[in-house]
Design a binder for this molecule. Sequence first.
Ligand code: CA
Length: 228
Amino acid sequence: MRLLLVEDNPLVGTMLRVNLGQEGFEVHWHTTGESALLALEQERFDLALLDIGLAGISGIEVAGRIRKLGLETPIIMLTANDDLDTRVHALDRGADDYLAKPFDMDELIARVRAHLRRSSGTLEHLPEPEVHIGQAILSLERKMLRAPDGQAHALTDKEVALVQFLVRNPARVLTRANILEEVWGDDDAPTPTELDDLITHLRGCVEREPSHPRYIVTARGLGYRFEP
Ligand code: CA
């Protein structure tokens, strides 16, 4: 599944590329409407994610061009301006959906999948959601992690949620408090030792050298960091 992403904010663009890439989508990221229009003349995309506010041609104009080309590509607009006029204008120009920044990544991914499902009429073409950590692959539906050596490990719900949380926040120190709040929330939280054991277990599944982790790195005295 090829996604056209037009986003001029490097942080937002990187987050989208990383997260959608983890979901198995092929993300073609353009930072200007002009380069997106060029790409549209030569390539086909299964869905477009368009930021409205761009330096030159706006995301709304890109949406208009997609429709003028006669393409039925689902279009989701992203914008900081959550005012009604902008939203109505975007939808008038052919957008199918609209998400105001800051958006929730899970919600965005769910909407991308929903639009693709509707446009393709089936789920079969959709990639199975999976998370890649180096050579290890976690299948989110089966909760099965395939280690670099090919061995399969069944993960618990919390382990899956922990991996997803790490991967969605690349190169950022995640404190124990961050992790407990995001992964356990109101559920019974593990003790510090139990959390360490869980990380050790995950490293055993994803790292080639678990004692010298490359991906799930300790941030001494703070917590952990995922290095993509
Ligand atoms: Ca922008």
